[in-house]
Write a protein that binds this ligand. Structure first.
Ligand SMILES: Nc1ncnc2c1ncn2[C@@H]1O[C@H](COP(=O)(O)OP(=O)(O)OP(=O)(O)O)[C@@H](O)[C@H]1O
Ligand SMILES: [Mg+2]
Length: 645
């Protein structure tokens, strides 16, 4: 030892004191002895007991006794070695003292003092070992408790014998709550069984393994863990299961986002390429159908067949248009606009779309920033989300639109690949519907992904939304839980310019309105609903028929006047013209407005309609429809049916 051996010597008898110190100096030349002769002395040195290597104490003292000294020292510093040197020892005292932590016991007898240096040496060595052990244990705990991984050890029966502090902190468990418990006491049964099976496999194979496990945090929300599990054998040959687990929930989330972004990019390219080429083919199909139709007479037996080809072509065209929207290849006409205005203008339409069972709430942020987007496309986004929400709430519920300004910072961007930090305007659309599981959520933006029954959905609604949002430089995120409803959040970049003076959205209140009764015949349900909704919104009463037969039935059943028939021209069973003819007997008062996807010119050329009949070209805007309907209703009663020219 390079420094002196420092001893506290508690001994009242000066002769014994001298004797003992002489014996010690034989072995330890460099000795520093601090004699303690009173309670005051003792109290003073006790404060710094750690500074001494050894305490030597007599049993009988004038001011206290050896047991009290022993207890006080060990209390203050459990590692400090104490040797009792006494002339009046009894076996009981010795046993009691050893129990209290005494390190050795030496009798004051002439022949025995020689033993003292050996006893001191042994005691010092043992104390040194003890200290080293404690230090190593401290280091181990410091290491484990500062580790960023959750660590644990279980015995062969699955009972926890060790967990680190992070484990306790993360799962909000105290030592009492986990010690001796099994996974079955801590997690839901299903989870516990899975964990237990994993443990057993590791122990059976006697090999470490890297496992992905899922178990809930203290909030009950499932978290994903990467767990290293390994067999542990202690000195006694007992087997344990060790584990270190890292919470990878966030990381997995990011990976999923990245995968999702890459996937959407790839599908977008593919769909865009296909749609582009396909569009050309469709143009050829419909173009030639038009040409053949223009060459054959109205009664030609081929007409109906070719009309079907043309119809299929039109449908294919509308599909490719949506695919082009998804792949961000459509022509946009962006304007600087106020998202609040877009939403509030659509409000009446949204009410009609969702029906009476669903409550609509709109919360618009005053002072919302401007965005640059194609207003028609934005309306499309809102309508598609609304229809989906309606479908998710067949038994009613609540639909909420919220707008707000949002600043997305670096942190947000890192957590939401591929967001760029910046200023945005947010539109959140929430419903209280059926919600979606994770698997569904990861696919909803794919074109043609639908969970709706055949014929109900094409799976293009959200792809279109996605394409429009992306093409506008924005982001869309979905948040949903099965049974808990769904929220879509759309972020569009905020722009500084004031809103364009061109009013981008339909101002329903400025459109001509009416209260007449209209009979609407259209076989395409989407078109029919759209026209119905628009007209109802303008105040009209609508009788709605899918084809000629239904129109006939309705016209017979309807007691009052039918002011206007609005009908598609080309339909599979009965043409628009035939329907108009039929209607004449029941309702001579009815005026007629035809609508068709064919150009005005082609319809007339095909001899389907007389040139002077009222005609509305699809697609039409709400303004176009409103104005045309009013025009026909207010016009002369004359040329009301479409006789061939
Ligand atoms: N608000 C929602 N709540 C629950 N599920 C939804 C919601 N919105 C979309 N989904 C799910 O996403 C799928 C895809 O939606 P998307 O709008 O793309 O297609 P669709 O509604 O099935 O058909 P389409 O819109 O072409 O008529 C839906 O089939 C549905 O499973
Ligand atoms: Mg949809």
């Amino acid at each position: 030892m390079s420094r002196p051996l420092r001893i506290l010597h508690i001994e009242d008898n000066p002769d014994d004191r001298a004797l003992i110190q002489r014996e010690l100096r034989r072995k330890y030349a460099d000795l520093q002895v601090t004699p303690i002769l009173s309670a005051t002395d003792f109290a003073r040195v006790l404060e710094e007991a750690e500074a001494y290597d050894l305490v030597l104490t007599d049993y009988h003292l004038g001011w206290t006794d050896g047991m009290a000294i022993l207890r006080a020292v060990k209390d203050r510093c459990p590692d400090c070695p104490v040797i009792m040197v006494t002339g009046t020892g009894s076996e009981e005292i010795a046993v009691e003292a050893m129990k209290a932590g005494l390190d050795d016991y030496v009798l004051k007898a002439a022949h025995n003092f020689g033993r003292l240096p050996v006893a001191v040496k042994t005691v010092l060595e043992r104390a040194q070992e003890r200290r080293a052990l404690r230090e190593s244990e401290d280091r181990f705990h410091a290491f484990m408790d500062n580790s960023p991984a959750v660590a644990f050890m279980k015995d062969e029966d699955g009972r926890f014998v060790y967990v680190n502090q992070l484990f306790e902190r993360f799962f909000k468990l105290t030592r009492l709550q986990w010690l001796g418990k099994t996974d079955f006491d801590l997690w839901p049964e299903e989870t516990a069984r899975q964990l237990r099976d994993n443990d057993r496999a590791i122990l059976a194979e006697d090999r470490p393994a890297e496992i992905f496990e899922t178990f809930p945090g203290p909030d009950g929300i499932l978290r994903h863990w990467l767990v290293f599990k390994f067999p542990v054998k202690d000195h006694a040959g007992r087997r344990f299961l060790g584990g270190m687990a890292v919470d990878i929930t966030e990381r997995r989330h990011l990976e999923q986002q990245l995968r999702q972004a890459l996937k959407m990019e790839a599908i977008g390219k593919l769909a865009g390429g296909v749609a582009h080429d396909f569009n050309n083919l469709v143009t050829i199909i419909t173009g030639y159908s038009d040409m053949v139709l223009s060459r054959i007479g109205p009664e030609d037996p081929m007409r109906r067949d070719i009309e079907q080809i043309k119809k299929a072509g039109d449908r294919a065209h509308s599909l490719t248009r949506q695919l082009l929207a998804f792949s961000r290849r459509q022509m946009l006409q962006p304007k600087v606009l106020d998202l609040n205005a877009v939403v509030s203008n659509l409000e009446p339409m949204l009410h009609r779309l969702i029906g009476e069972n669903i409550e609509l709430a709109i919360v618009l942020k005053p002072g919302l920033g401007q965005v640059k987007a194609d207003p028609g496309q934005l309306e499309q986004v809102i309508m598609n989300l609304t229809i989906n929400a309606r479908d998710a709430m067949p038994h009613g519920g609540k639909l909420l639109f919220e707008t707000d300004n949002a600043t997305l910072d670096e942190v947000y961007a890192r957590q939401h690949i591929p967001t760029q930090p910046g200023s945005y305007v947010r539109l959140a659309v929430s419903d209280t519907g059926c919600g979606m599981d994770e698997a569904t959520q990861s696919r909803i933006f794919e074109p043609f992904f639908t969970t709706k029954e055949q014929g109900k959905g094409t799976g293009l609604g959200l792809s279109t939304v996605y394409g429009i949002v992306k093409q506008s430089g924005g982001y869309i995120w979905v948040y949903s839980e099965p049974g808990q409803g769904t929220t879509f959040k759309i972020y569009l970049p905020r722009v500084a310019a004031p809103a364009d003076s061109v009013l981008p959205v339909t101002h329903w209140s400025k459109l001509p309105q009416g209260t007449e009764t209209l009979l609407l015949v259209e076989d395409e349900p989407e078109v029919r609903w759209l026209v119905r909704d628009m007209l109802q919104h303008l105040g009209y009463t609508i009788l709605e028929a899918r084809h000629g037969i239904e129109a006939q039935v309705l016209s017979i059943q309807h007691p009052g006047p039918i002011h206007l028939l609005i009908t598609d021209v080309v339909m599979p069973q009965m043409s628009g013209r035939e329907i108009a003819e039929q209607l004449r007997s029941e309702h001579p008062e009815t005026k007629v407005l035809y609508m068709s996807g064919y150009t005005d010119d082609a319809v007339v050329r095909h001899g389907v309609l007389a040139a002077e009949v009222a005609f509305l070209q699809k697609p039409f805007t709400p303004e176009g429809l409103a104005i045309k309907v009013r025009e026909v209703l207010d016009g002369p009663a004359g040329s009301r049916t479409g006789k061939p020219a």
